[in-house]
Every structure is written in C-alpha cells, then in structure tokens.
Design a protein around this ligand. Structure first.
Ligand SMILES: [Zn+2]
Length: 699
C-alpha cells in the first residue's frame, strides 16, 4: 500500500537513518538536558523558579484595622477558589491585569467574591490562626514585624497592578529577603524551612530520585532513611507532587522542606552536575552488580526470587526512569521485549519507536514482574496474556497506563499504552480537518440516525476523532452511550461501557443492551464482525445515530469491507451516511522548519510533475534541540470524507468494486487522503516523506 520513502534531502533528520542518536531521552545527549528549561508545550518546566510568593494569597490581604476591602482585585494567578492549587502552576508573572475586576476596579465596588476561606485540600492541617483559612502572607509579614501597614498597602497596590505575588513584591521592594519570605510562606503552609547549605543532598537520596524524577516532581532529594525521604521544594502548593512521589517510590513518607527559589536552583545545578541522568549509566550499574540473581536457566526461578527481583531497588529505578522519560517525551506506548539474546526497551513518540539502551537480558523476568506488580497482575502466571493498568499522577496530571503482557518464545513481552489525559484536547476544530471537509463531517454527525464510520489503521487517531465529535454533541438533552475496548477517555455526560471479553461482554453483547437503555447517540468502539455490524445497522434503522470505527485503508474500501463481512448491500445503503478515513502524519518542527525545492524524482513519488507544483512550497525540519533532531514535533490528521449519495448507493447495490466506488467518489468531488496530505505539505505542516508513507497512489 505505501510506497518507499524517497531519498531524504537531509538524511540526518530521518530517525530511521540516525538510529540511536535521535532517540528522545536516550543517553546519547540528543536528549534535552533534563535540568534545562523545557520548550513550551513540553512537560512543565521542571526547576523553573517560581515567584517566591507562589502561595495562593486568597484574596488580597486586607490591611488590618482598615475598612475591609473585600473585592480587592487579587494578584493574577492567585485564584482563591482554585480547588487544587498544587501542581497547577500559578502562572508566574503573567502580565495579565489584576484578575476579574467586574466593572470599576475601585475598592468601593461591591464585593463580587469576598475573600473566600481557602479550602486547601492537603495532608496537613491548616493552622487555626485566622477563621477557617490559612493566614495571609501579608498578615504574617506584618505579624513578624517585617513590614508596617503603610508598606502593606503599597505592596498590595503593586501586586494588583503588576500581577505579581505579594511575597515577590515584598522581596523586590527590599522589605524582606528571600529567607524571610520562605519563613513566612512555611508558616503559612505549616511546612518546615529547609537550609540547603546545611542539608546537602545525600547520595542515597540522589540514587532513588533520578534527575528526571526530580525535575518532573520539582523537588531536590535530601536524605533517605528507613523509607523516609526528605526533599526540598519551592512551591508550598507542590504537596500533591510530594504525595505522588511517595507513591511512585513506595516510601513511607516524604517530608518537604521549603526553600527559596534561588537556593533551589543553585542546589539543583550542583546535585546532578556531572552525573547525567541516563538509563545507560543505570544499566551499567545493574550489570556491575548483576552477579547475584543472574541465572542461565530462567525456568528455575521460583516465585519468591521473582518477587524479590521485581522489588529490587535497581529494577524499580529502571522502570520508574523509563516511565518518567516516556511521559516527559509524551510517548504513546512503551514496549518491553525479550529476544533470544537481548532485551529491548523502546517507546513510541509521534508514531515512531525509539530504542532505549537495552538492560541486561537476565533482568527480563524481573522487569516484566515489576511491571505486573505495578499493574496488579498475577506474577506467577507467565504462560497466559494478562491486561491491567497503572495509574501515575505527576504534577497533578493523571497518566493512565494500560498494560498488556504476552508470553512469547523468549519470555514475557509487555506493552504499555500511555493515556495522558492532560495532553488530549477533544476539540473537533483542532483535528486538522480541512474546513470544507469539516463542515460536511459536522453535518453527518448531527444527523438524527444512520451510521457514521471513521476508518484507518491502528493508531491513526480514529478514537480521538470520534470522541471529539461526541464531545461536541454532548448535551444534556441527548443520551450518549459508548462501548469501548478499552475506555480511552472519560467524558462527563457520557455513559461508557468497557468491553470485557472474559465475561462475554463483547461489542455485540454491549450494543444489544445499550439499545435497551434508550440512547440517542451510540458509539461502538469498533465493528469487528458481522454480528456487531448487524446490531449497529439495526440501531441506525430504529432511529439512532451510531458512530464506529473500522480498519480499512480508505473511505471507499470501507463499503466493500462491510460487504465482505457479510452485510447486505441494501443494509449498507439504508444506514451508512458517511465514512471518514484518516491517517496521522508527523508535523514539521516549527522551530527548525526550512523551505526546499524537491527534485523531479522526489515529486514523482507523489505522482507530481514540476509543472503541477509550480509556485507551491515544500518544507522539512532541519532538526534541533526542541525536536530531538528529528525535524518533527507532534502529529496531525489527514482526512478523506465519503458522503453517501444516490449515485453511490446505485453503485453499491450493483456490488461495485472498491475501484469503481472510489472513481465515483473522486469524480463527485471527494478530497482524498493524498489530496489532504498535499495540502498539508504546501502549508508547511508536514513533509513529502510522511505523505508518501501514509497514503497510497491513486492511479
Ligand atoms: Zn526542530
């Protein structure tokens, strides 16, 4: 189906050519230095110092004694009602004018929201100092005698107009120093104050908390003793991260110490300096002390040894590091694969697998057991496939990991699918569908009944497209029921049923029951067999709109595929309203994009001639730090929409071939996948190679 990729005009960009060098996060230095500030859009800047006053000053502190100024516009970012302060970075320094002044920002204006007592959910008790909430930072500074009332007034003014935190205003005005502010913030949050000059990060703590982990969780590990870890943090609201870290590492307790941003930054630079955080190093270590537990005959390993190995610190560290790196690089899948002579770990970013340095083969059992333990699977069962899930929370973002194990010739293979719910925005406008095509698709999905299909190979973003559609249709007046395998996105307002083959809850069975639940719109994860197809058709014919997916290469072949399944042509004609075929292609990295002129040979691969592309532009990515030298960053969809017409129905009832159907579609104006791809090329969104790889030649 796909043709061979053309000679790349810049061989270094093609990850296939660069091999290891391009692996994101591989030890080869192509990886972004974990301590370095990350490009926008990537994982949250790890060590980014935030303004010292990061505490959610709940409502502007009111000057004591003076008439209450309840409606006082708060410094930006300090939203008092924010239910979950931690992790959600409080927009440091964002120069937005003081938050929501309804009408005139005069203090005289009636209070729209009198400083609500902050209900901060955290594992520590709020100090019973002021009524209900935490004491305000201004009051604490006042109470410590560091500022007077007049100064507080002026500070509030500045915080208001500049959008800065009150604390950082106090520091910038020279009223308090960083240490004094840290003390005040610590008092406010009931935290301990750290001193990084005295509390040096200890080797055993650094060993457990890798650099990647430290930067993602925004901590500096200090000491580790008896499963109690102490860490330095800057943001007093970072306590959920501290909790997550405790879970991830399986510790009894993690004690946070509050330190100033500058001290944090300085220590962060020092503690991992020269010790680049790499899987390669960790693996070297593993190999060095790998004498124990190394056995030639793996079948002789008993359960106890397996448990012990799975729980051993190096294996835990290795798995944690792989997970964190994969999440940081927004990988979609992680593969752990045993082969005869080695053990491979790879992860997929933007549809391309990157290999990590391989761990020693003798760890194969320990690694798969560790993953199984984390996913609550039966580690004694190594002869049957198993499915499970792991949930990690990093910086307040939940990452759902679907684990699937499979016994293979050389041991157990484990594949983990990462569903980072924070990354996906289910917005139909952001799928990259051509505006004209999108308009027709919208028309299709708003029909009261019929079947609308989205097709493409696995991993072509079908589910995301359907969910974006459902998200748009999700209104209280209509009932939407879905059945999926697995449920990939949880959407409020939808009734979602997971498939469970073990107990006989198949798509067909689920669909049958769904019809008795009075739905208006139905999503069936996939039509795999005639039975499911028939029930879907029946649902459509009885006044429901049914969305589903099919594995086909393009829109016209979907019709023939359904016929091959055994569905009669008249039924297809009666209910199918449209088919959207799609592919995901990698987007050119915006940071290193360059124009170039392809030669006639390259054009030929897309069936183009120089005349046809006169005046059209072509681009590629040169490769840079932001894209790990791949020249690509992110993915987008290309689409082909078949809308049912009378002529098409005629052809279908005559049992026409895929080619005949396609000819008619193109004649009547269907924009093909190839067309959509060329469009994306000329807009500078993707490369010729991507389109050649993902679309077939039509002639
Ligand atoms: Zn780039």
């Amino acid at each position: 189906m796909s043709t061979t990729p053309s000679e790349n005009p810049k061989p270094a960009q093609n990850p296939a050519n660069t091999g290891q060098g391009a692996a994101p996060g591989a030890a080869k230095s192509a990886a972004p230095a974990p301590g370095a500030p990350r490009p926008a859009g990537a994982a949250p800047a790890p060590g980014a110092p935030r303004p010292a006053g990061a505490a959610p000053a709940p409502g502007a502190p009111k000057p004591t004694g003076a008439a209450p100024v309840p409606g006082a516009p708060k410094p930006a970012g300090a939203s008092p009602g924010a239910p979950r302060p931690a992790g959600a970075a409080p927009v440091p320094g964002a120069p937005k004018p003081a938050a929501v002044p309804p009408g005139a920002p005069k203090p005289a204006a009636p209070a729209p929201k009198p400083a609500a007592p902050v209900a901060v959910k955290k594992p520590i008790e709020a100090k019973p100092k002021t009524s209900g909430g935490r004491p305000k930072i201004g009051e604490i500074l006042l109470g410590l005698g560091l500022i007077d009332e007049q100064q507080l007034f002026e500070m509030i003014d500045e915080a208001r107009s500049s959008g800065k935190k009150l604390g950082s205003v106090a520091v910038s005005r020279g009223l308090v120093n960083e240490d004094q502010l840290v003390k005040a913030l610590a008092e406010q949050s009931n935290l301990k104050v750290g001193n990084l000059n005295e509390q040096k990060p200890q080797p055993e703590a650094l060993l457990v908390v890798s650099e990647t982990m430290a930067s993602m969780y925004k901590v500096i590990p200090l000491t580790l003793k008896d499963k109690v870890l102490s860490v330095a943090i800057v943001d007093p609201n970072n306590l959920t991260s501290v909790d997550d870290l405790r879970n991830l590492l399986g510790l009894n307790e993690v004690i946070p110490y509050l330190v100033s941003p500058s001290a944090f930054e300085e220590a962060q630079k020092k503690c991992y300096a020269g010790k680049e955080d790499s899987i390669a190093d960790l693996i070297q270590e593993l190999e060095a002390d790998g004498t124990k537990g190394r056995r030639k005959n793996e079948t002789s390993i008993d359960l106890e040894t397996l448990m012990e190995q799975a729980d051993s610190a190096p294996v835990r560290r290795l798995i944690n590091m792989v997970f964190l790196m994969a999440i940081r690089d927004q990988a979609s899948d992680i593969h752990f694969e045993p082969f005869e002579d080695d053990y491979k770990m790879r992860y997929k970013c933007d549809g391309v697998l990157f290999e990590l340095p391989p761990p020693p083969k003798y760890l194969a059992n320990a690694i798969s057991s560790r993953i199984k333990v984390m996913a609550n699977l039966d580690i004694a069962e190594r002869r049957l496939p198993q499915d499970g899930r792991i949930e990690l929370t990093i910086g307040g973002n939940r990452v759902d990991m679907r684990v699937s194990t499979l016994p293979t010739l050389f041991g157990e293979s484990a594949v983990i699918r990462l569903l980072d719910k924070s990354v996906v925005s289910l917005d139909i406008n952001k799928l990259g569908i051509d505006p004209v095509v999108l308009a027709s698709f919208r028309e299709l999905i708003s029909k009261p009944n019929g079947v609308v299909l989205v097709t493409g190979p696995t991993g072509s973003g079908k589910t995301t497209t359907l969910y974006s559609a459902l998200n748009e249709l999700n209104v209280i007046e209509e009932k939407i029921i879905t059945t999926e395998d697995p449920v990939e996105y949880e959407i409020e307002g939808l009734v979602q049923c997971p498939i469970n083959h073990e107990v006989g809850m198949t798509f067909a069975a689920a669909l049958r029951s769904i019809l008795r639940q009075d739905p208006d719109k139905i999503l069936v994860g996939e039509i795999r067999d005639l039975e499911t197809a028939q029930i879907a058709v029946q649902a459509a014919l009885t006044g429901h709109i049914v969305f589903s997916t099919l594995h086909t290469n393009d829109a016209p072949s979907t019709i023939t595929r359904m016929r091959d399944m055994g569905l009669q042509s008249y039924l297809i004609n009666a209910c199918v309203e449209g088919v959207l075929a799609q592919r995901l292609v990698r987007k050119i990295c915006a940071n290193c994009r360059e124009e170039f002129s392809p030669g006639p040979d390259q054009l030929l691969e897309l069936n183009l001639t120089p005349e046809m592309v006169a005046g059209k532009k072509f681009y590629y990515g040169k490769g840079c730090d932001i894209c790990n030298n791949t020249g690509y960053k992110g993915r987008m969809g290309i689409h082909e929409l078949l809308v049912m017409s009378d002529e098409l129905r005629d052809l279908i009832s005559k049992e026409a071939s895929t080619d005949e159907l396609r000819d008619l579609c193109v004649k009547s104006g269907m924009k093909t996948l190839r067309w959509s791809g060329l469009n994306a090329i000329h807009q500078g969104l993707t490369t010729m190679e991507e389109i050649i790889r993902e679309t077939v030649t039509e002639e």
